[in-house]
Ligand binder design. Structure first.
Ligand code: CO
Length: 183
């Protein structure tokens, strides 16, 4: 296992729609890649990590939700598709590709997602709360969309100087100090 470098805002692969995974072609290398992605995400206290955040053009992501009095909920989504969404929430969000930046993003409160799991088997996920937020955030990544793209135009404009400043600092930041719900 190895910790991989996380791509940061401004790198082209974060703005690109990722390629669907052909499971049979990838099944040999997949376990090691997924182990690396979980290790990378855990090392910086993240709740989700998309393949393009470790520089790979693949439609897959890992999610790990920490829960009180229960084991964390860990899940792999390969070729995920949003099937249903309902309700609305408006909560702070962060992203491992934008260390130190948090902003309120409008998301659906509940989602239904179909994907393949790490064994290549079809799964259907019904999620709400932080899990729903993580699924939407990671699926956005796989479409080349970041949480900053989801902000209203005015917020984006206001954020621009902050983003430029952060961009200069990101190389120096100790990512391990990030908040646990960073996606
Ligand atoms: Co993110």
């Amino acid at each position: 296992m190895a910790i991989r470098r996380i791509t940061k805002y401004g790198e082209k692969i974060l703005a690109k729609k990722t390629k669907r995974v052909v499971f049979d072609e990838m099944k040999k290398e997949l376990p090691a890649l997924l182990a690396d992605m979980f290790e990378t995400m855990d090392a910086v206290g993240g709740a989700g990590l998309a393949a393009n955040q470790v520089g790979l053009d693949l439609r897959l992501a890992v999610i790990k939700i920490h829960r009180e009095d229960e084991d964390p909920l860990s899940i792999v989504i390969i070729n995920p598709e949003l099937v249903e969404k309902s309700g609305s929430m408006y909560e702070d969000e962060g992203c491992l590709s934008f260390p130190g930046l948090f902003a309120k993003v409008r998301r659906a409160a509940k989602v239904k997602v179909r994907a393949l799991n790490e064994k290549g088997l079809p799964i259907e996920i019904n999620a709400e709360g932080l899990f729903a937020k993580a699924l939407q955030h990671e699926m956005d990544h796989l479409d080349g969309v970041t949480f900053v793209d989801r902000l209203p135009l005015l917020s984006r404009l206001k954020l621009k100087p902050t983003l430029l400043k952060l961009k200069a600092q990101w190389k120096k930041i100790d990512e391990r100090k990030m908040k646990p719900e960073t996606l």
